[in-house]
Design a protein around this ligand. Structure first.
Ligand code: FES
Ligand code: FES
Length: 180
């Protein structure tokens, strides 16, 4: 009697990871395009070439890699690409050039506060954090702005200018709450 070989169950094909970035859906096959441990920051920078976000510390401590996911600021170095499956990501490249936050950062040069950027390395992270902050709270006090930006680091020390730029972006400078 011939021995019947056991039929192997066909390996279940994993669905691709689908992520919408700046309005456009992308698909990534796990094991082919990305690995299970691929970070969202790596995917955005190296696979999709959205190099505005920066990976400075790569451990959640500086905010340079901040992007907006479903309306909330997230540290893309601390998220796995697979965790973004089915979600919507906005990077700084997805903002229009006349975005009020971008404009406010670019124009900030007020005496007593200084500029909002010198080398600009931290700027995309600050801008995206500020965008999410103002979307959630369109009229924050200076204290709320400082608190909201407290996870972002600027090695050039432009903190006063950055906070002032965010106040200008929401048209709230000096109109509510605490003084600088
Ligand atoms: S690079 Fe992500 S928090 Fe520093
Ligand atoms: S402007 Fe240089 S790190 Fe912020």
């Amino acid at each position: 009697m011939t021995k019947k070989s056991k039929k192997q169950a066909p390996e279940k094909k994993k669905d691709p990871v689908k992520i919408k970035v700046n309005g456009q859906w992308h698909e990534f096959n796990i094991g082919v395009d990305i690995e299970p441990a691929t970070t969202l920051s790596y995917l955005l920078r190296e696979k999709l070439k959205y190099t505005g976000l920066k990976v400075a510390c790569d451990e959640g401590a500086c905010g340079a890699c901040t992007v907006i996911m479903d309306g909330k600021a997230v540290l893309s170095c601390m998220k796995l690409a697979v965790e973004a499956d089915g979600h919507e990501i906005l990077t700084i490249e997805g903002l229009p050039a006349d975005d009020p936050v971008i404009q406010a950062f670019a124009n900030q040069c007020e005496p007593g506060y200084g500029t909002a950027l010198q080398c600009g390395y931290c700027t995309p992270g600050f801008v995206m954090t500020a965008k999410a902050l103002l979307d959630a709270n369109p009229n924050p006090t200076p204290g709320e702005i400082k608190e909201g930006l407290s996870g972002n680091i600027c090695r050039c020390g432009c903190y006063s200018g950055i906070a002032r730029a965010v106040q200008h972006a929401c048209g709230n400078h000096g109109t509510k709450g605490e003084k600088k």
